[in-house]
Design a protein around this ligand. Structure first.
Ligand code: SPD
Length: 279
C-alpha cells in the first residue's frame, strides 16, 4: 500500500494522499513546514499538517484568488499580497503588464525558501523586478503602516490557526481597507462553505461591516477538504461582474482555469450558501 499522508479535517473525516517521498520537513519560528511528493497531486506544501497547495491543482486556487479582483479593479498599478509564500499568487499578479509594483508580505521566510527550492513550477515570478518581497508580520504591516496605498489587495493566508489566525479579524480587515485606493478591490480566500460554514458566514459579516460591496464566489480545489472553496471580492464601489475586457483578454489565453465565462459563473451562489447568508 505504501505510505499515506492524512490531513485531519474534523473528528470524523481525513483526506489522504499516497506519498512517494518526503522532500522537506522543518520547524520555522512560526510553524511546521513540509513538502511531500505524492502519486496523485505531485509535490504538496503542508503547513502545520494542513495541505496548502499542490502542483496538481494550485492553478484552481491561485487564478481564482487573483484574477477576479485584478480584472475588475479600476487600476492595478500597485498590488499588495499578504501571505502566499508558495509564490502562486504573485505569479498571477505579475502576469499583468499593467502592474507596476507588487508588494508581498510573508511572515515566514522558510515557506518562501522551501517553495523556491521544491515548488519552482508554482512560484515562477520570484525574480520579477516589480516584486517587493518583505518578510514581516502582515497584521502589523496593515495596522501600522500609514502611507502605503494599493489598487488591489489579495489575502492568501492559511486557515485561521497559528499565525494565519491574525488575518481573519475586524482589525486586520479594517487595516486592509484603509490601504485601498478609491476603486480598489480586496479579494481573500474565505474557506470552505461546507466544512467551515460558520467561519465562512462570520467572515462575510465582518467584511460587510466594512465594505458596501462584498461578494463571495466559489470554485473547486480538490486538495482542500470537501473540494468546495470560497473567495470573497470586496470593494467600496464597483461591481464584481463588470470585468475590464482588455485586461482579461491579455491573460486568458495563458490561464488554465480563468476566462470570461468562468468569471461570470463563479459568482453564482447555490441555495445553501444564499440561505446561510440570508441573500
Ligand atoms: N485549508 C487550506 C487553506 C489554504 C489556503 N491558502 C493556501 C495558500 C496557497 N497559496
Amino acid at each position: 500500500m505504501g505510505l499515506w499522508y492524512d490531513e485531519t479535517l474534523d473528528d470524523h473525516t481525513r483526506l489522504g494522499l499516497r506519498v512517494k517521498e518526503t522532500l522537506f520537513s522543518g520547524q520555522s519560528a512560526f510553524q511546521h513546514v513540509e513538502v511531500i511528493d505524492t502519486v496523485g497531486f505531485g509535490r504538496v506544501l503542508i503547513i502545520d499538517k494542513v495541505f496548502m497547495t499542490s502542483e496538481y491543482d494550485e492553478f484552481l486556487y491561485h487564478e481564482m484568488l487573483a484574477q477576479p479582483g485584478l480584472c475588475t479593479a479600476r487600476s492595478i498599478a500597485r498590488v499588495l499580497v499578504i501571505g502566499g509564500g508558495d509564490g502562486g499568487t504573485v505569479r498571477e499578479v505579475l502576469r499583468h503588464t499593467e502592474v507596476k509594483q507588487c508588494v508581498m508580505i510573508e511572515i515566514d521566510q522558510m515557506v518562501v525558501d522551501v517553495s523556491k527550492e521544491y515548488l519552482p513550477g508554482i512560484g515562477t515570478a520570484w525574480s520579477d523586478p516589480r516584486l517587493d518581497l518583505r518578510f514581516i508580520d502582515g497584521r502589523e504591516y496593515v495596522t501600522q503602516s500609514n502611507d502605503e496605498k494599493y489598487d488591489v489587495i489579495l489575502l492568501d493566508g492559511t486557515d485561521p490557526i497559528g499565525p494565519g489566525a491574525a488575518l481573519f479579524d475586524d482589525g486586520f480587515y479594517a487595516g486592509c481597507k484603509r490601504m485601498l485606493r478609491p476603486g480598489g478591490v480586496m479579494a481573500l480566500q474565505s474557506e470552505s462553505p461546507l466544512l467551515m460554514m460558520d467561519l465562512f458566514v462570520e467572515t462575510q459579516h465582518r467584511l460587510r461591516k466594512l465594505f458596501p460591496e462584498v461578494h463571495p464566489y466559489l470554485g473547486p480545489v480538490p486538495l482542500y477538504g470537501t473540494g468546495t472553496w470560497s473567495w470573497t471580492w470586496c470593494s467600496d464601489t464597483g461591481e464584481p461582474l463588470r470585468a475590464i475586457r482588455d485586461r482579461q483578454e491579455a491573460i486568458v489565453e495563458a490561464s488554465k482555469a480563468y476566462n470570461e465565462e468562468v468569471h461570470q459563473a463563479i459568482f453564482a451562489l447555490p441555495n445553501y450558501v444564499k440561505r446561510a447568508l440570508k441573500l
